[in-house]
Design a protein around this ligand. Structure first.
Ligand code: ATP
Ligand code: PRP
Length: 231
């Protein structure tokens, strides 16, 4: 048996995760060809590296198929209903920072906050006969946020990428997406609402509360957590 550690399989998140573990004496590395998704762990015995899409790590943690996983808090909160019952946050990793925000076109001069959006949404429906469309892939988080803030007259349209382009393409009037530098919002003539911050996210190490664990594996997990200096 072994402890299964799920790590993003590509890009910045993978490299920075490898660096974070490496700085704590646990070497993670990909093996095989560039395209082969296999890896090794050195520095702690009986830990298995599972390379996965960052977007699938929440599901694997909630299902208990991996014991530990690194992914963005945004993906955990979005993809797992009642996430804190299923996973435990062990350590924020200090990279992969992104803000999930709500943005509207720059040309909407009178819309700067959620109250303005609420007012414009009601007018929009009366005028067009359908609800104002907000493009996003973060359905759960956006619905919760708008409910808590009393905005009701809208509909979500699914957008799995290039979300900021939906306004220009006239498939949505507003967007809810992550931003880091703000460049993509600016390039697409969108502005952040003053009170439109939905969630601040960063890459985080999570432990599954659902994964079965033998006594021997619990020792491995404790040793790993001690080596990494996380509780
Ligand atoms: N500028 C950014 N662009 C995209 N994701 C970012 C950015 N900054 C941080 N992140 C974080 O990275 C994570 C998404 O990573 P990634 O795009 O590799 O995931 P994915 O959805 O699994 O990708 P794919 O579906 O292409 O495999 C999220 O937690 C997100 O918050
Ligand atoms: O604020 P910025 O620094 O400009 O970064 C934000 C952009 O980066 C991400 O897109 P990504 O490049 O991952 O492509 P995607 O739209 O296909 O998800 C995100 O969805 C935003 O579009």
């Amino acid at each position: 048996m072994s402890i299964k550690l799920g790590v993003p399989s590509k890009g910045r998140l993978m490299e920075k995760t490898f660096d974070w573990f490496g700085a704590r004496g646990v070497t993670l590395a990909r093996t095989g060809s560039e395209r082969e998704y296999s890896g090794i762990v050195e520095g702690v015995e009986n830990v298995e590296l599972i390379l996965l899409s960052a977007g699938e790590i929440p599901r694997e943690l909630a299902a208990g198929r991996i014991h530990l996983g690194v992914t963005g808090t945004d993906l955990i909160h979005e993809k797992i209903a009642g996430w804190d019952m299923q996973v435990e946050e062990l350590a924020p990793l200090g990279f992969g920072f992104a803000d999930l925000i709500l943005a509207v076109p720059n040309v909407w001069a009178d819309v700067n906050c959620l109250d303005d959006l609420d007012a414009v949404a009601a007018q929009f429906r009366a005028k067009h006969g359908f609800r104002l469309r907000i493009a996003t892939k973060y359905h759960r988080l956006v619905r919760e946020f708008l409910r808590e803030n009393g905005v009701a007259d809208y509909q979500l349209v699914d957008s799995q990428g290039a979300t900021e382009g939906t306004v220009r393409n006239e498939t949505a009037e507003a967007v809810a997406d992550i931003t880091t530098t703000g460049d993509t919002l600016r390039a697409n003539h969108l502005k952040l609402l003053e009170d439109g911050l939905i969630l601040k996210s960063q890459a985080t190490l999570f432990r599954s509360r659902k994964a079965e664990i033998s006594d021997a594996d619990r020792k491995v997990l404790n040793t790993l957590c001690k080596t990494l200096k996380v509780d």
